[in-house]
Design a protein around this ligand. Structure first.
Ligand code: UDP
Ligand code: MG
Length: 342
């Protein structure tokens, strides 16, 4: 009789270390490799498509090491939070903070960076204008040793010409007066190593112009190009006035050159006035007093009045910001959280 082979007792193979790790990450017990931080305001229709598309790509990059998508609900008045809760119930790696009101995208991003647990953190917009297909390339660069991998828009054709021109002017003005240069056409979409995130978290200022803070932080940087497409669903939350305010925040927080300009301008005008006084004295002595000059007096009075008002205004911009800083209020208030243990 042929000896019968014994059946193995254990039919299923034991879970691998990778599987166990993935389970722990899913339950929130181990820090994931990647955290995608997404500020959202009234974006109920964008949440599910975002989670599906970005989740698939993240699974491709870091299924075993783990990932999380951390939404920051920036005071939405629609059912954005409900959509996030639904996504969390389907996949525990989707988490969220809900702020007590609308604090603005910069503050929402700060909240996200404070609560992200990944070894690398990637801020993204929810409207798919930051294509997740770039993520593998970003992560590859990070694994090569770059601590900050920022996305650069290859073309901005999805923005109207007015936005392209004003954005171009802004980057020029910012980089002309500030030592921390913002890379042209780079937005908030970037990958940051934990080290960079910790530096940004530790910055004490209330004024969070993120692109300026990222530029200030330094570290080894690399760029990855991408095409910025049109928003898929929903509408933009930025009008020109908001963008203008953001630009003022950016410049005043990065540079004091606008304060200094006035001393130089004052000096130039004073020199010019001195020369002109000499000319009038000479003119009177040689040609006598013909009492002309109404036009020149009006012009100089109006011009100097205007210059003084502008310089006062610039002073005001800075004084106002000093006031905000000295109040030391928190940057944001968290009302609730989804999938985050206190
Ligand atoms: N956003 C936010 N708080 C705000 C305004 C915008 O969290 O007060 C979010 C918004 O939901 C989106 C991202 O910031 O995920 C970018 O906003 P948007 O697409 O409107 O800006 P744009 O791409 O038009 O510059
Ligand atoms: Mg957008």
């Amino acid at each position: 009789m042929a000896a019968q082979r014994k059946k193995p007792l254990l039919v299923a193979s034991p879970p691998s270390v990778g599987d166990l790790h993935a389970q722990l990450v899913k339950r929130g017990m181990v820090a994931p490799l990647l955290s995608v931080v997404v500020p959202v305001k009234n974006e109920e229709d964008c949440i599910l498509p975002f989670v599906e598309r970005v989740g698939t790509i993240l699974d491709g990059i870091a299924h075993d090491e783990g990932w999380e998508i951390l939404f920051v609900d920036d005071g939405s008045s629609d059912s954005t939070l409900a959509a996030i809760v639904a996504a969390n119930q389907r996949d525990g790696r989707v988490r969220a903070l809900s702020l007590s009101r609308n604090f603005g995208k910069e503050a929402a991003l700060s909240a996200g960076l404070d609560h992200a647990r990944g070894n690398a953190v990637i801020p993204m917009d929810v409207d798919m204008q930051d294509p997740p297909e770039v993520l593998p390339e970003m992560v590859a660069k990070w694994r090569e040793g770059f601590e900050m991998v920022f996305g650069v828009r290859r073309c901005r054709m999805s923005d109207g010409w007015a936005k392209r021109v004003t954005a171009g002017l802004y980057y020029r003005a910012h980089n002309a007066v500030s030592k921390d240069k913002i890379p042209k056409n780079a937005g908030d979409f970037r990958l940051m190593d934990k080290k960079v995130v910790e530096v940004i978290r530790a910055l004490p200022e209330r004024n969070r112009f993120m692109k300026g803070l990222f530029a200030w932080a330094g570290f080894r940087q690399a760029a990855v190009e991408y095409d910025r497409v049109e928003r898929e669903t929903g509408t933009t939350k930025y009008n020109y006035w908001k963008l203008w305010t953001l630009a003022l925040d950016g410049i005043t927080s990065a540079s004091t050159v606008p304060l200094r300009i006035w001393s130089y301008l004052g000096a130039v005008i004073a020199l010019f006035a001195l020369g002109y006084a000499g000319f009038i004295a000479f003119d009177t002595m040689v040609f006598g007093n013909r009492v002309p000059g109404y036009a020149s007096i009006m012009t100089s009075v109006l011009f100097l009045g205007g210059v003084q008002l502008i310089s006062l205004g610039v002073l005001g911009e800075y004084v106002g910001r000093i006031l905000t800083e000295t109040k030391q209020r928190p940057l944001y208030v968290v009302r609730d959280s989804v999938g985050i243990e206190p």
